[in-house]
Design a protein around this ligand. Sequence first.
Ligand code: SAM
Ligand code: SF4
Length: 334
Amino acid sequence: MEQLIDPFHRPISYLRVSVTDRCDFRCVYCMSENMTFLPKKELLTLEELDRLCSAFVGMGVEKLRITGGEPLVRKDILTFFRSMSRHLDSGALKELTLTTNGSQLERFVKPLYEAGVRRVNVSADTLDDEKFARITRWGRLPQVMRGIDAAQAAGMRVKLNAVALKGFNEDELLSITEWCASRDIDLTWIEVMPMGDIGNEMRIDQYWKLSDLRARLAEHYTLTELSERTGGPARYVRLEESGQKIGFITPLTHNFCESCNRVRLTCTGELYMCLGQEDMADLRAPLRNHPDSDAPLEDAIRAAIGRKPKGHDFDYSRQSVDGRVSRHMSHTGG
Ligand code: SAM
Ligand code: SF4
């Protein structure tokens, strides 16, 4: 089948799938404490998710990242991973991976590895137990650490995703960097994005520019810019002293859209062509209305990719959050 190509000649080879909007943490920049979650009946079943993802794989998607919410709290999620592994076996899919808060990782590592998962992104913004409990509200760091240990012991490559938060983890810049080097864990810093309604003022207070973080890192290390691009917002440097690679995800200070190769599917079957725009396509209707034929679904996917916008409009520069989108990150999948 013909590869998905958007109007700006970008091939779409990467699908990120949010399999649930629920989570066992309540990170302050992601959710309010009293989040209302979608009624279960709104969610795509695992079989529907399978059909959808398989349609994308049939249209040239080579990388699938499972996210959420917290993907490992979705009931029977292993069934889905195991089922997706057939596309790894056939060679159509090059990578099956996930982004997780790590809380359930320890017990899932072995079956995930058996399903073909070789890399995992674990999110943690601090290495301090008390601060971790504060930022995630409900999370406990030792549990996450056991998950990281288990993943590495199983032979998975681990990447730590840390949200850069002013006044929160600024003081841990070097200790987190050193810890990752000592554990052979890749590290990526993420700028806070204006997603969902949790209070604008708070978000601007939290915003720690990665250019500042990077300058501080450069006071202690020799940074070499790497040309590596993954089609997403990350830019990488190598720290010459430790040899480690550090990523920076800076959607607010840099435009990363020209090489964008990805789209995002929510757990209700909405396809977002851009993380920073409201436009989406409903894929649940063609999926459910045509249980015996994928043709209408494939038409809907092609039509959606045909409207993928050139870029997003996030902007913090005027001290009010312009271009913000109303949905939470846990809905679209971070
Ligand atoms: N629950 C999983 C986790 O935390 O890794 C997967 C979903 S979470 C929404 C994915 C990533 O989005 C996490 O690394 C999280 O830190 C990040 N994130 C959530 N809200 C964000 C925001 N407002 N700005 C920037 N990153 C955010
Ligand atoms: Fe849950 Fe991940 Fe959002 Fe934290 S960032 S509340 S772990 S979905």
